[in-house]
Design a protein around this ligand. Sequence first.
Ligand code: MLC
Ligand code: AMP
Length: 498
Amino acid sequence: MTAWLKHLPQTIAESEVDLLAGDTLPSVWVDRWMRDPQREVIHDPKQGWINGGTLLARSQIAARKLARAGVAAGDRVLISASSSVDLVVAHTAALRLGAIVMPTNGAYRADEVAHVVSDARPRVAIIEDAEWGEWIRAVDKNIVLTPPSISLDEGPDISLDAVKASHPALIGYTSGTTGRPKGAVLSHGNLLSSIRGLEIAWRWTSHDTLILALPLFHMHGLGVGLHGSLAVGAKAVLLPQFKVDQVLNAISEFKATLFFGVPTMYSRIIDSGRANELDVLRLCVSGSAPLSSSLHESIQRESGQVVLERYGMTETAMLVSNLYEGARKAGSVGIPLPGVEIRLEGDASEIEVRGPNVFEGYWERPDANAEAFRDGWFRTGDLGRLDEDGYLAITGRAKELIISGGFNIYPREIEDVLCEHDAITECAVVGVADDEWGEAVAAFVVADRDIGYEEARDFVGRRLAHYKRPTHVRRVASLPKNALGKVQKHRLVLDRDN
Ligand code: MLC
Ligand code: AMP
């Protein structure tokens, strides 16, 4: 039996599942907004509720402005801003125009911004930080800059919504296994099929209201929370920051039914002593990083909510999920979502995936594509085990990756920066278990003099996003190496706290 049939409600037969129904996300959204223009769709603290009719009109105007600035179908538009109605309008406008959106983490510093800009060469950058403008223009002075409100001249009426499922929609930057971040190109069909799968699996309907405090520059907040809410005609309440009190107050104020978060968010909700207020929700979802069994149990004990854990990636959108009606197992990410197939390969049992949600490849990186796929299956770099019910547990990673508070950190990037420090001759960075963040960054340095914790953090923080700063810094006489001179990271262990 196809594993994913377990996600279907009794009312839907396998033959009725059409993961590309509507063809593209913008066409599905536009259809909803035209059919029910009065319906409230998005709320932000500044603009309040915006209905479908307003989104339709505002995204059309924004698209004309982008077109006037030179954006044509297939051109890239970088978007980096905190969550707001304006950001949603800008994003939907770019997609309706057929542009490829590059959602970019606002914590990036100059080098990180320069890398994605020179790699994907956006025509327009929608940003809220003047410093970013300088960094972007240093790469290419012709890139048009605008705040999320799109303060550009409006062009003539143009035809929108002409994209097809096979056309590229997003470039999400991720480092995969090695090297500098690569752009994973997701098509409209990839994104739509993932949302259609979640719509079925999580019984997501227009009656739902999601509290969305995740940033809108990653798959979790953008590709699941925002895209899904817009596609099923549900409501989304945007919170530009994650503050426990604001989230819990919003749940009650907006009579919310859904909350999606990373484990660090759930851990903070437990620490607040207000976790019982999650009890009114229809569904709590966790993803992007492992949810420990103890946190899963605490949430259930405090609120009665059995959190549904799921697993996804930038390259694939959502892959596997626990069941809505059926077991939600702590420590497991569940069963493949509709249309998704998984297999475990090699001695290490690497998780490989196939399905309409899986991206075609990295932006202008045929070399990386050759490594990323094996016989048409995408190699996730995660290791897994299947139990007797077909539930997948993630048991480890083949790729060098630290996940801190749901953000991915690649040790190599921090090592390269630390090695620029004039007192550091060698260094190695590893992830260590951390109660709040899941994992934290530990740097082991060989240095001519003592490098203080603050000095190392500042040094990294000036060059890389804040969450990549080391939480632990150790000066060591030498790094453990094997006969070939490769650092044996498993032998780097913290003996005491900073
Ligand atoms: C903030 N800090 C972090 C951090 N976030 N440090 C390590 N890891 C992080 N993730 C630092 C700040 O710089 C600050 O340092 C200190 O922690 C306290 O900051 P804060 O204001 O309390 O943090 P906050 O802004 O509340 O951020 C915490 C958070 C955020 C959990 C809300 O990290 C977050 O939004 N995480 C979600 C990431 C996400 O969306 N991932 C999805 C990836 S998609 P100092 O020194 O100034 O005190 C994906 C696919 C899939 O993985 O399957 O979903
Ligand atoms: P990203 O590249 O930011 O999309 O992150 C994807 C990675 O996050 C995956 O390859 C996993 O390693 C990890 N991940 C996502 N969801 C989970 C989860 N529920 N449990 C453990 N790891 C997860």
